[in-house]
Ligand binder design. Sequence first.
Ligand SMILES: *Cc1c(COP(=O)(O)O)cnc(C)c1O
Length: 372
Amino acid sequence: MSLSIPQSNPLANYLAHRVEIDEAIRRTLESGWYILGDEVASFENEFAEYLNVRHAVGVGSGTAALYLALRVCDVGPGDTVLTVSHTAVATVAAIELTGAAPLLVDIDPLTFTLDVERVEAAIAEYRGAIKAIIPVHIYGHPARVTDIMQLATRHGIRVIEDCAQAHGAEWMGRKIGTFGDVAAFSFYPTKNLGALGDGGAVVTNDEGLASRVRSLREYGWEQRYVSQVPGVNSRLDELQAAILRVKLRHLDNDNRRRADVARSYSAALAGHPHISLPQTSKAANHAYHQYVVRTPARDSLRAFLSAKGIGTSIHYPVPVHQQPAYAGRIGSAGELHHTEAAAREILSLPIFPELPADAVKAVADQINTWRA
Ligand SMILES: *Cc1c(COP(=O)(O)O)cnc(C)c1O
């Protein structure tokens, strides 16, 4: 019998919460108010409370959240923003949208997050030129935010956390998104907290920064129809906010189920001669947006699993600095050796809250029969 196991499954998450979501949609449709109303305001309060942060501002996407976060940190043309090349291209696209120049550094090969020693070296090399740092909590594993904050504070650099893959993740017992000056979340449908369309949020403890995001997301208005600064249109809509309010109530439980999937894979694949398993820092509570294994025979493993009906993904196959749009244009501080090696070897296995235990076992069993 052949399997059919997708790598991610936003439909399953909708179906799991269908009654509540359908009710939220109906309520919103019948309210007659579709942009920036009670649903968005309530979601913003509930999401801020969940993270234990003072302000959350709903915006149109994760990319827009990063862009607006950079804008309120006064990042613009002539500035340099340090981040990783091993990320969704959105991180770098958002930097360029502001007119600033991205400066990419390598990752720590064990956690795939920003290598803090490289950050320190880059700050020394680019003296004063680095205006902001974007650590990316990739796959749901937190970057070393406390060390990054310490470095940044000492040098007067702003920190914007890219939390698009890390809703509910924690570092030293504290939620990711509460460490930086400001943080950006995406609610793209496959994320741990996913809308049924596009959405994002900017969160911060700084009242001034939050109110600037509120203004910028709607043309730079402070008062309707009068722009104080040049802004954009990037709003979370009422329907998505109503859906996200439902999904937020289930986020911790969904994340526990992701962690169960990860634990099962790790137990079943431990000691595999050709595969390295994801590592978790002691200080981290991993949100397991992805479960990413590594093997030099990645393409062979991927084709083998595909033939068995098991979906996998590569997050991401081409590092940003090697993509045609950016190749040769973006600066890097030092070699991106670990980034380039990771792109050749990583494979994201099926993981989502509704993935049944027997499917997890079937995936692991197949991997254990594979010969590199
Ligand atoms: C998904 C993602 C984004 C972009 O979010 P969108 O909502 O798709 O714009 C940014 N950064 C990372 C790391 C992501 O995974």
